[in-house]
Design a protein around this ligand. Structure first.
Ligand code: DI6
Ligand code: FE
Length: 401
């Protein structure tokens, strides 16, 4: 066997691959070899090839690099004032209807240059990277016109160039009504006819998202966005059933959506629909916690129906100012009842699926990209267990430590 570029020896590998009966394949005293950007060996250390560089893991746990599959990490300013308002009793919906909420972030983003957006977003990105995140999805949605949506997505791409992390971008022009606009159908025409084709043409869009909600857009308006995405051959996702049941998930399933996200108010029919379409349910416990939502997503129903569940930070200034995917795992378990294994799958294998990247990342599998995290813990459950503690030892992104 020829020499690999990098070999990590004596690690306990949580592969993320199924070993049947709901078990995940674990390899004790394992090793991985990296050649170029990919994994060229995953198995017992005894059979591992030699490496130009060798790292002794001393029995530590090795997992796939973590994936945050739903973020609004590119934004400007903060909404601490609005948070105080809500602490005093105002609801998220009331704040939004009073012209606060998303619109105030839109004003801040519009007033910022692309470089300023990058500068303000980097510390948040660095916090995630420090916890072993190797892939992140970043949405637009605070620009709400052609130029400003594109600016946000360019900032997202730039973040990926500035740091060792894979960035996937999602166009979320249909997030809210821009300040001053009154007619939702007219605004959706702008998203469909001007924003999306432009951003797609510039290579800025990996997926298309919308916010289907009473305070945002109705299913018929989302359908127009999805039709355009289909025309542009872009996959879709949807903020659905976060505050009420609008039937958004059923619509998303019709379009073979990669994921439906939030889904606290998803009903049985909706669960069945996304089970049939193979759509991932992305749970966002940070937002649930921060807005003090009472309705939990139907985890047991999703489980029974075999819907893959992912977990993400939803990092955004209004409803989830959260930049820890490890804490997100803990919240997913304590608040929603995910098992620690489901939580870990939710930020690795299923998160990759929610981004349409399963063939590249999400598990420690021969041939996949060498995106890895090595932890100062013995058991996988310890990752979701602690709150506010980061046991990352080393992180490997595309073969680079
Ligand atoms: N749902 C959310 O929780 C965020 N967007 C969405 O569609 C909120 C974004 C914000 O308030 O800034
Ligand atoms: Fe979101």
């Amino acid at each position: 066997m020829s020499k690999a570029d990098l070999v990590v020896r004596d690690v306990r590998i949580w592969t993320g691959d199924s070993a049947g009966r709901g078990e995940i394949r674990l390899i004790d005293k394992g090793a991985v070899a990296v050649s170029g950007e990919g994994l060229s060996y995953v198995g017992p250390a005894t059979d591992a090839p030699g490496g130009t560089r060798v790292i002794d893991g001393a029995g530590r746990l090795l997992t796939p690099g973590l994936i945050d599959c739903h973020t609004h990490i590119v934004h400007a300013g903060n909404r601490a004032g609005e948070w105080q308002m809500r602490l005093e009793g105002a609801t998220y919906e009331q704040v939004a209807r009073a012209g606060g909420g998303i619109v105030s972030s839109v004003k801040a983003v519009r007033a910022s240059s692309k470089d300023e957006l990058v500068r303000q977003s980097l510390p948040r990105l660095d916090a995630l990277i420090a916890e072993g995140v190797t892939t992140i999805e970043i949405k637009s949605g605070y620009g709400l016109d052609r130029e400003n949506e594109a600016k946000m997505l360019r900032a997202a791409r730039l973040l990926g160039a500035e740091r060792p992390i894979t960035v996937t971008t999602t166009h979320l022009g249909a997030h809210a009504m821009p300040p001053g606009a009154t007619d939702k159908d007219t605004y959706i025409s702008d998203v469909v006819e001007r924003q999306l084709p432009f951003a797609a043409d510039e290579g800025l869009v990996d997926a298309v998202d919308a916010f289907c909600e009473g305070i945002a857009f109705a299913p018929d308006q989302v359908r127009r966005v999805f039709e355009k995405a289909r025309q542009l051959r872009l996959p879709v996702k949807l903020h659905a059933e976060q505050l009420s049941n609008q039937g958004g998930s059923k619509l998303a399933a019709e379009y073979g959506a990669l994921s439906v996200d939030h889904i606290e108010y998803l009903d049985e029919e909706g669960v069945a629909a996304i089970a049939r379409s193979g759509t991932v349910g992305v749970l966002l416990p940070g937002a649930y916690y921060f807005i003090k939502e009472k309705q939990k997503p139907p985890v047991e129903g999703l489980r029974k129906a075999g819907v893959p569940m992912a977990l993400a930070t939803d990092c955004n200034p209004g409803t989830s100012p959260l930049t820890s995917l490890l804490l997100t795992m803990n919240l997913g378990s304590t608040l929603f009842g995910l098992t620690p294994q489901e939580a870990l799958l939710g930020v690795t294998r299923e998160a990759a699926r929610a981004l349409g990247r399963s063939t590249e990342v999400g598990t420690v599998t021969f041939g996949k990209r060498a995106d890895l995290a090595i932890w100062n813990v013995a058991e996988p459950a310890e990752l979701a267990y602690r709150m506010g503690f980061n046991p990352l030892w080393k992180r490997v992104w595309r073969g680079n430590v």
